[in-house]
Design a protein around this ligand. Structure first.
Ligand code: DQA
Length: 148
């Protein structure tokens, strides 16, 4: 069984009410529930984690190196563009990961164009709203079924 950790960064707990014109109407609970349904159908062991605190995200990612996590899906939210420590945590954990965004940061303000984690990611899925997470999980299923 493949173990997948989903990490949601700051402000994503507000999904559903937060700038719905940009991030859509779906709540984080609904996104996690959709992921859980998809994971169950694909025999994936799923763990979802959200925090507004950078150090809690770092600590959860550090634990992933020891708790049997095979893959990480991560939407670092605003920390994508600023956090060297999150990048360092992902590099140290050594787990393959998919960078996920609801919006398409490349089509937004220039300060969102730079990601500090993209070059470490297996891939990035952005711009499909809540579906970005499901597409990322599908990518992990495909990768685990036929690596390479
Ligand atoms: C985001 C994009 C980021 O630029 C922003 O700060 C977020 C959410 C997204 O999912 O589209 O909080 O990561």
């Amino acid at each position: 069984m493949t173990a997948v950790l989903v990490v949601h960064g700051p402000n994503l707990n507000l999904l559903g009410t937060r700038e719905p014109d940009i991030y859509g109407p779906t709540t984080l609970e609904e996104i996690n529930a959709r992921l859980a349904r998809f994971a169950a159908a694909c025999d994936i062991d799923l763990d979802c984690f959200q925090s507004n605190a950078e150090h809690e995200l770092v600590e959860r990612i550090q634990r992933s190196a020891q708790d049997g996590t095979d893959w990480i899906l991560i939407n670092p939210a605003g920390l994508t563009h600023t956090s060297v420590v999150l990048r360092d945590a992902l590099a140290a954990a050594g787990r393959p990961f998919v960078e996920v965004h609801l919006s398409n940061p490349q089509a937004r303000e220039t300060f969102r164009h730079r990601s500090l984690i993209s070059d470490l990611a297996a891939g990035t899925i952005a711009g499909f709203g809540a579906d970005s997470y499901l597409l990322a999980l599908q990518a992990v299923v495909n990768k685990t079924e036929s690596p390479g």
